[in-house]
Design a protein around this ligand. Sequence first.
Ligand SMILES: [Fe+2]
Ligand SMILES: [Fe+2]
Length: 313
Amino acid sequence: MMPGRSAIPYGVLDQERTDREVAAARRLERIYHAGQERVWDGRGLLAELLEKHGGVHLDEPFAGAVGRVFSVIFWGELAAWQISVELAAQLDDIEAKMAATSQAHDEARHFYVLHDYLAALGHSPDQMPPRSARVLEEVLNARGLPHKLIGMQMMVEPMALTLFQSVREQKICPVLSEFLEYFERDEARHVALGINHLPALVNRMSVPARVELAAWQFRMVHREMGGLHELADDLRLLGLDPIEVLRLGQSKQLFVAELLTRELNWDVPVIGVINRSVEFRRALQYPGEGDHSDLPRALVRALHQAVLEPQVA
Ligand SMILES: [Fe+2]
Ligand SMILES: [Fe+2]
C-alpha cells in the first residue's frame, strides 16, 4: 500500500497546529476527563428521586404541558446522541474526538432518563410539532460537520440548557427539577465542545464555504425561533414567559457566536445582523409582549468564564 493511504490514521500524531489550536485541544481533552469525573448514574438517580418524592404527581394542565415540552427535548436528546456519534467517528482531531465520545455517552443517558421520567409521568413521547421537527431534521441532514457542530452544540443545546434552567427554576415537579441540574452540567460541556472545536474546522474552510455556513446559521436561528413559538402556550402554562425564555436562549447563542468570532479574529457584523433580524421577528411573533430591547450582555459576559472552564462546569 502507498504511504499515506493506510486506513490507520497515523497522521493524527503529527498534525501542525497553531498556539490557539493547541490551547483549544487542551480544553477539549479536559472536557472528556471532566465527563468521566462527573459522570452520574441515571437509573440510580431517577429511582432515588422517585422514592424521595413518592413518584411523579402532576395534575393537568401541568402534566400535559411538561409531557409535550419534554417530548420535544426527548427527541432532541436522540438527535444529539446521533450527532455526537457522527462527530466522534468523523472528526480528525483526537481531543475533539474524545470530547464528542464523552458527549455521546452523556446523550445516551439523557435519552433513557427522559424516557423513564416520561413513563413515570404517564406520558408517551409525542411526535414533534412540525417546526421543531424541521430544526432537528436540518441539523441531522446538514451537509458538513461544521454545520452539525454549530446546529447542535451552539444552537440547539444552548436553547435546551435555557429550557432546563427555566423549567427547573419554576419548581413544577421536584423530580424533574432535581435531575435537570445534572443535565445542565453535562450540556455546558457539550456547548464547550462546539466553541472549542469550531474555529479549527472553520479555519480549514474556503471563504465561499464560510459564507454559506454563516447563511445556514442565519436561517437556523429563525427556524429555531419558529420551533420555540410552537411551545409558547405550554411554556405559559408552566408559568414561563416565552419571550424571557427566548431572550435567555438568544443570550446563550450570542455568547457562543461572540466567542467564535473572537477565536476566528473575524471582523464581520454577522452577530449584529442576526440580532437585529431576531429582534424584528420577535416583535412580529409576540406583538405587545416584552420590551424588545437589546439582549442582556451582562449575562453573556458571565457565561464566558463558565463555559471556558469545563472542569468546573
Ligand atoms: Fe443531552
Ligand atoms: Fe447535549
